[in-house]
Design a protein around this ligand. Structure first.
Ligand SMILES: [Zn+2]
Length: 312
């Protein structure tokens, strides 16, 4: 087991591994659908949208297979349960089918879909809050806090699956504003600009929420990461290296400050551990897989789409 603090020679690569703005790759969530004549999985998004706008069912099916897993995962993160996430997925994809012919492509399709899904989630949460308020007769705190109590103690050895649960709890305990930017940026892999479009705030506001969210999630996850469970101590004079590391990943740090940080990391094991645990936390966010969309739900969405397409 390697501890980051013992990897002195690695400190350069740690700071620079994700140099500049992070560009997450867009991963397909399901094996692409095959077609005898045209391989729709090979078509770029613009072409697919154009063919879907003409009512070509296979183009719609391909768009579905590209996006349903991502939208479902987003719904699971932003709503309080599987059932709500299923509703959000269904509503979002049906909205896509209803509006695909008028989609002008001013934003990317994913930005458009996440925007629809986001407003569905907001409606769900508002309804849920009203119900809780009525049931308790008070302004109840979020229903999520109970789940956090299951977390293992920091010094317990945890499996990968448990780390996944700890990460989920950490993300779900963020407030809505921080959670949506972290999920869109670090789980779904949108750029900060795209997140700003989806959420309807400035890029600066996105970044400021994002940094706070990342630090809060790291705080909860780090004590459970084997290699960072007992981090080397940091000095009172150490720079705010976590915030700087997060900002570095969004390309917000000048070359001079970057060089300064690199120099500090060479001599400070505590800050190396801190950065390493943040880097690992973000890697876990990025690696989170899309949940399988239940077959019955997939079938029901496909059925509704067919009906919408036939109405033309
Ligand atoms: Zn330090």
């Amino acid at each position: 087991m390697e501890r980051a603090s013992e990897l002195g020679a690695d400190s350069h690569s740690m700071w620079h591994q994700l140099a500049g703005p992070v560009r997450y790759s867009r991963r397909p969530m399901h094996p692409p659908a095959k077609d005898q004549s045209t391989d729709f999985s090979e078509l770029d998004e613009r072409t697919l949208v154009a063919r879907a706008q003409e009512g070509e069912e296979k183009a719609i099916a391909e768009l579905l297979s590209r996006y349903q897993g991502r939208i479902y995962r987003f719904g699971m993160r932003m709503c309080s349960g599987r059932e709500d996430a299923e509703d959000v997925l269904q509503e979002t994809l049906l909205a896509m089918a209803r509006s695909i012919r008028t989609f002008r492509g001013a934003s990317s399709l994913s930005t458009w879909l996440y925007s629809i899904a986001r407003s569905q989630c907001i409606k769900k949460r508002a309804r849920e809050r009203r119900n809780v308020d009525v049931a308790l007769g008070v302004n109840a705190p979020g229903a999520r806090s109970a789940a956090e109590d299951d977390s293992p103690l920091p010094d317990q050895v945890v499996s990968d699956a448990e780390i996944g649960n700890i990460l989920n709890h950490a993300i779900s305990s963020l407030d809505d504003g921080q959670r949506e930017v972290l999920v869109l940026r670090d789980v779904e892999g949108l750029s900060a600009g795209e997140v700003a479009d989806v959420v309807g705030v400035s890029v600066d506001a996105v970044k400021s929420r994002l940094h706070r969210a990342r630090l809060a999630v790291r705080e909860r996850v780090a004590p459970h990461l084997a290699e960072f469970r007992t981090p080397a101590p940091r000095e009172a004079a150490c720079p705010d290296v976590l915030m700087l590391f997060s900002r570095h990943q969004e390309g917000e740090i000048s070359a001079d400050l970057c060089a300064e940080m690199e120099k500090h990391l060479e001599t400070c094991a505590g800050c190396r551990d801190a950065c390493g645990s943040l880097q690992k936390t973000l890697a876990l966010c990025h690696a989170s897989t899309a949940p399988h969309v239940p077959d019955a739900l997939q079938e029901s969405v496909r059925h509704s789409l067919r009906e919408i397409l036939l109405q033309k």
